[in-house]
Design a protein around this ligand. Structure first.
Ligand code: HAM
Length: 436
């Protein structure tokens, strides 16, 4: 029979890699806690209109990248979430979470976009999303950016550069949009097919074109920054001031427009040149209109999301591996009565708080010892017929140290001493690790 394969662009994350992901998630959780963000978990499936309304009808995501289908059982139009902001706003609105105070929330999980897969771009990918809901001032925009820098530092990631821009208010964008349309209409013959299609629906996205033939035209197009009023420019200036004070270098990129329609004022992206074409590792901005647009009581908000796969390929595997916790003990057993004694010993060690791997599947003493070593455990605890009869255990350190034979009741204490780097526990006072 032919072998079954995963869906294209959707990857298995195998154990070595999954352990690194867990190590990454631990760093991320600590970092988020340090900034007062609390977790929220939303469903992977939402009603399709949520994303159409939030992200915008004329965006790549909604036009061609969503996994949408009709529920065969009740005819509902559903979509696998392509991003988390829309779901998060739907959830806080549905549960009225902003009724008494602003909220700082984060989520982590898979997102789905039917893009052309390549390195760093997948159809199922993972984001860590951070949303500050109910905050209007530039202080939170700045803090969102500053906290990203801290994470890059915590992970020891170098060369991630910040680009920022201001999209102004919806009114300012409308005025700019009208000018942009007139400008592009005057140069219609120079537009490619994509641009012509977007001319009246989403002319701002034309500025984002990758087509080299259109670069000069786009460079000379009316700039949104010339249409921003004082409130928008002040907000933008206030963020820059705070970034300078925090020693975070940035580049203002007037062409940074983002691929989702809900943004206003601040937008930003963190970009690296170490990942080829898919260099944006984190992106976000302010979305003051979205909550009202999704039926909630109007409230300002800002946030960002980072691509976990992209960050993982930047993160040094040696650093990641150093954070992975291995089992402490591996119980090896052979001979009559040894398996039952091994089960008992393993449970007792777990009671005492040690991660313990019990050898399962039989095999010679030698092959069991090989497994013990490969498991990364600190010690092999050997139970043969001899040991079982004497109610003892052979304690064999696997990363240096003398093999000793100890009574079963002393194993935990001996292990605690080994992990503390103390070696033999004989001279030490009795500790809480004595097994019963
Ligand atoms: P986004 O720019 O669409 O924004 O995605 C954020 C990040 O997710 C990207 O910078 C990238 O690192 C990662 N990403 C996106 N698509 C893929 C893909 N196909 N494969 C791998 N990684 C990908 C948002 O999703 C907004 N919800 C961010 C936000 C939160 N804005 C405010 N709050």
């Amino acid at each position: 029979m032919s072998k079954l394969q995963a869906v294209r662009g959707m990857n298995d994350i195998l154990p070595d890699e999954a352990e690194r992901w867990e190590a990454f998630e631990t760093v991320v959780r600590d970092w988020l806690r340090a900034y007062g963000y609390r977790p929220i978990r939303m469903p992977l499936l939402e009603h399709t209109p949520l994303f159409k309304r939030a992200i915008g009808e004329v965006t790549d995501i909604v036009e061609k990248e969503m996994y949408s289908f009709e529920d065969a059982l009740n005819g509902e139009n559903l979509t696998l979430r392509p991003e988390g902001t829309a779901s998060c706003v739907r959830a806080i609105t549905e549960h009225n979470l902003l009724y008494d105070s602003p909220r700082k929330l984060w989520y982590m999980g898979p997102m789905f976009r039917h893009e052309r897969p390549q390195k760093g771009r997948y159809r199922q990918f993972h984001q860590v999303g951070v949303e500050a809901l109910g905050y209007a001032g530039p202080d939170i925009d700045a803090e969102l950016i500053i906290m990203c820098q801290r994470l890059w530092d915590d992970l020891d990631l170098m060369g991630i550069k910040l680009e920022i821009n201001s999209l102004g208010s919806p009114e300012e964008r409308l005025r700019h949009r009208a000018e942009l349309i007139s400008y592009f209409e005057a140069h219609e013959t120079a537009l490619d097919e994509d641009a012509r299609r977007r001319l009246h629906s989403n002319p701002l996205r034309i500025l984002d074109t990758k087509n080299p033939a259109m670069q000069t035209l786009v460079e000379a197009a009316p700039k949104l920054s010339d249409y921003l009023g004082s409130e928008s420019t002040d907000h933008f200036a206030a963020i820059q001031e705070r970034l300078l004070a925090a020693n975070i270098p940035f580049r203002i990129n007037p062409r940074l427009v983002r691929g989702l329609d809900y943004y206003n004022l601040t937008v930003f992206e963190w970009v690296t040149d170490q990942l080829g074409a898919q260099g944006t590792v984190c992106a976000g901005g302010r979305y003051d209109g979205l909550i009202a647009q999704l039926g909630g009581k109007p409230a300002p908000a800002a946030g960002f999301a980072m691509g976990v796969e992209r960050l993982m390929s930047l993160w040094n595997t040696v650093q990641a591996d150093a954070l992975i916790e291995r089992p402490e003990a591996y119980v090896v057993h052979s001979g009559a009565g040894a398996e039952a004694a091994a089960f008992r010993l393993a449970e007792q060690l777990r009671d005492a708080g040690f991660a313990t791997l019990m050898h399962c599947g039989g095999g010679s003493f030698k092959s069991q010892m090989k497994r013990a070593d490969a498991s990364g455990a600190d010690v092999a605890l050997i139970l043969g017929e001899d040991e079982v009869r004497a109610d003892e255990v052979t304690f064999k350190p696997l990363r240096g140290g003398e093999q000793v034979r100890v009574s079963r009741g002393e194993v935990a204490q001996q292990l605690a001493m080994l992990l503390l780097g103390g070696g033999d526990a004989d001279d030490e006072e009795e500790t809480a690790f004595t097994l019963q």
